[in-house]
Design a protein around this ligand. Sequence first.
Ligand SMILES: [Zn+2]
Length: 441
Amino acid sequence: MPGTNWNALLEDILSGEWKDPDTGKRADIDFETIRIEEDLDGQEAALLAPLKMGSRIAVVSDTNTVEAMGRRVAKALRSIATIDEVVLGADIECDEATVARVRELVRHADGVVAVGSGVVSDTCKFATFKDKKAFAVFGTAASMNGYAASTASVSLANGFKLSLPAHAPRGIFLDLKVTAAAPAYLNAAGLGDSLCRPTAQVDWWGSKRIFGSFYSQTPYLLQQVDEPLMMANAAGIAKGDLQAVGHLQRVLTLCGLGNCFTKVSHHGSMGEHQVSHWIDMFAGQDHPGTIHGQQVGAASIIIAKLQQQMLGLEKPPKLRATRIDEAAMLARYGDEIGPMCIEEYRKKALDEAGAKAFNDKMEKLWPELRAELQAMTVPVESMRGALKSAGGPVDGAQLGLSPQVWRNAIKYAREIRNRWSFLDYADDAGLLDDFLDAEGL
Ligand SMILES: [Zn+2]
């Protein structure tokens, strides 16, 4: 884009020039390079050579991404290494079986270059972490914010989805022409994943102010220039506009880099992410096959509506001690996962004294907190409008969920993770059922 140095902020972070304003510390990162450019065609070998990936490199793509960029990358890298071309099938998942298969397929290689988005990247990231091999990625779509994360989202054999420690890629290469040509629903999912910024910030800052828990402004500072541009250009994402997908890829990458400063994922994963995880874990036969970012987008919109309604109240909603119906939870989640959820839920549950302390504190804090949180919000209609114009599903029905499953996901999401959110506040205050009724769910 004329006049814009896409990579200046990224380069400052990578070189250690950009420091966390709260702590004065540099980012703790393993990457050597992150490049987001309009066109990386022809530069692949020059980009990879300094990363010392070894003399034999496996280039791993799937049925779709091999056409989008995998073949091109493999061909280009033949000038610097012996190449094993690995093409995984269609519709693969990042589960234990696929990770094992990739480890076997790349066993002769010194390093692995993934060419794909969420599933291919996470599978290769986790497989190379296990075998201590060098790893780099050419991203093919702007579908999620995990390229820069050092964790991988892996499904266990029992279906439980976990964010497991892995390692960060040595290089992340995002070619915007390739991104723009990716299936539109994938890039719309990336916008959906990014829509959680305001909802997660409200939940996280609220937790800090009410319970005194850790919070950092840094991840939000990193995204603050690109986020409004991404939102304003959302319609361009559906059309494959380079500038629009560029802002999206930058927001996703910078969001991922936030973890390198904070070591936690709170800035981009609170109540709205719990709703998405609940769908993945418990929708079962009713799961419509939607991907993470699609679910997070729709969840962010309804959570924003709930938060904004509550923040519109002059007086703080009063809550009561958290009621944990263990029998109902075991019936919902079964004997294996049910006890894990009960344990998580208990950690943040408020007893009588905790509820009283909460209410007493809010009596004084509410006017100030309300103003602080309102300043972090984005109007629900702006969020919905942006996601709609990008072509993403904006509610449960558009995700393909029945009203009952969508309602359950929102109502019970709080049970699966010890991370306080406005879902906890609303439910303990007796407001959540009324809110869901009014939504027609
Ligand atoms: Zn996410």
